[in-house]
Design a protein around this ligand. Structure first.
Ligand SMILES: [Zn+2]
Length: 188
C-alpha cells in the first residue's frame, strides 16, 4: 500500500510531466471566460454540418456485444465496450483543426465541438468542455490512483477519462480516444 501512495504522490509533482508523458497536459489553450464556455456549449448546433442527423434527446441505444462487434472496428470495440485505450499519437483527430462537431462513433450523439478542442500534447484528442449532457462519469480504480472515466450518455460507450489539469476556466481535460469519435466537418 505504501508504494502505491508513494507513486501517486510522485506523479502529482509538477516535474513528473517531464518524464511521464500524458500525466499532465501542456496548457496550450487560450484562456476563456466562464460565460464564453456557456455560450460555446449553447451554440454547438451552429457548428453542425447541414443535414447531419442527430439522435433525438433522451433516446438510448442498447445493443448486444455481438451487435456492437458488427457496428464497430475491433479497436473501437475494445475501447468503447471493453474500456481499452488506443496508443497515444495514433489518431488522426489529434491534428483535426477544422470547424465542426465530434460525434460518438457508436451512436452519432454530438459530444464536442471544434471550439472545445485544444492541444494537450498528450497524444489523444483533448477538450476543455463538452456539449451539455453528452456524457456520464464514473470512478475508475483500475490504476494506482482513481481516475474519472466517462461514457456516452446515449450508448454507454467508454470514451476516455477527465482530468483537472486542463486550461482555465474549466481546468478540465477530457482525454478522448480518437477511435471512439467521428468528426463531422461543418464544410467538406
Ligand atoms: Zn454513443
Amino acid at each position: 500500500m505504501k508504494r502505491r501512495h508513494f507513486l501517486a504522490a510522485l506523479l502529482a509533482t509538477p516535474w513528473a510531466a517531464a518524464i511521464v508523458p500524458g500525466i499532465r497536459a501542456v496548457q496550450a489553450a487560450p484562456a476563456a471566460a466562464s460565460d464564453t464556455i456557456a455560450k460555446m456549449q449553447a451554440r454547438w448546433r451552429t457548428l453542425l454540418a447541414p443535414g447531419t442527423v442527430v439522435p433525438p434527446a433522451g433516446e438510448m441505444l442498447a445493443l448486444s456485444n455481438a451487435e456492437w462487434k458488427k457496428r464497430l472496428s475491433p479497436l473501437a470495440f475494445n475501447v468503447m465496450r471493453e474500456e481499452g485505450t488506443e496508443r497515444a499519437f495514433t489518431s488522426e483527430l489529434n491534428n483535426e483543426k477544422r470547424a465542426g462537431v465530434f460525434v460518438c462513433v457508436g451512436c452519432a450523439l454530438p459530444l464536442f465541438t471544434s471550439e472545445m478542442k485544444y492541444d494537450s500534447g498528450t497524444g489523444w484528442p483533448s477538450f476543455f468542455t463538452t456539449i451539455p449532457d453528452a456524457f456520464q462519469t464514473k470512478a475508475d480504480n483500475g490504476l494506482f490512483y482513481t481516475r474519472t472515466e466517462y461514457h456516452c450518455a446515449r450508448c454507454g460507450g467508454h470514451h476516455g477519462h477527465v482530468f483537472n489539469d486542463g486550461p482555465p476556466p474549466t481546468n478540465q481535460r477530457w482525454c478522448n480516444n480518437g477511435v471512439a469519435l467521428k468528426f463531422v466537418p461543418l464544410k467538406t
